[in-house]
Design a protein around this ligand. Sequence first.
Ligand code: CA
Length: 238
Amino acid sequence: MARGDAVRAAPLRVLVVEDDDGIARSMARGLQRAGYVAQVVGTGEAALAAAPADVVLLDLGLPDMDGVEVCRRLRMRSDAVIIVVTARGEEGDRVVALDEGADDYLVKPFGLAELLARIRAVLRRVTPSGSVVFAHGPVSVDPRTRRVTVNGAEIALTPKEFDILECLAADPGRVVTRQELLERVWDANWYGPTKVLDVHIAALRRKLGVDGLVETVYGRGFRLGDLAAGGPQPGAAG
Ligand code: CA
């Protein structure tokens, strides 16, 4: 079952972190017209609390937090493309932000065409196929090649294990119900024993070897755990 196709067909989500309402609104309008799903937040705090995005456009001059710090913390938790937006005179911040994991930068004022071109260019560079690679803590999942790596080392998964991980990684933090996993990974009308899911989850955890990565939410389902609290645990036994 080509789960990756369904995921790739979804529009890319862009998080606009910008405290100037006028700029934020016009960026969001332009992005939406170009086919992206845009969300706007005006503070660093809100950026860190926002739903995962594929691309983050991060203004470095934010009212509540140092934009470079926001960049660093975003990079720790996700592999989203981060393009920092700076005003003239903030060249120093821009360099630091690139060191902290930003993928590219834009200098204000910039036009919509330049913004869109920059997003496309960075996406091409990050994912040559144009597909989205999901990353969560030390784990990255590439739906196109069906490769999974943990701390850069490739892990061999069975097709079912991969499909389960892909469902979870597509939206880390969201609880995916047992029924949803059975329907998406096995069959739209799965009436067999649900124990089969637990067996595959156990094998997946063992192979990934990252404590707390695949969490059981009792009575509901599974999700990828927030590893930021305890930090990544390379090579920890599952
Ligand atoms: Ca600003």
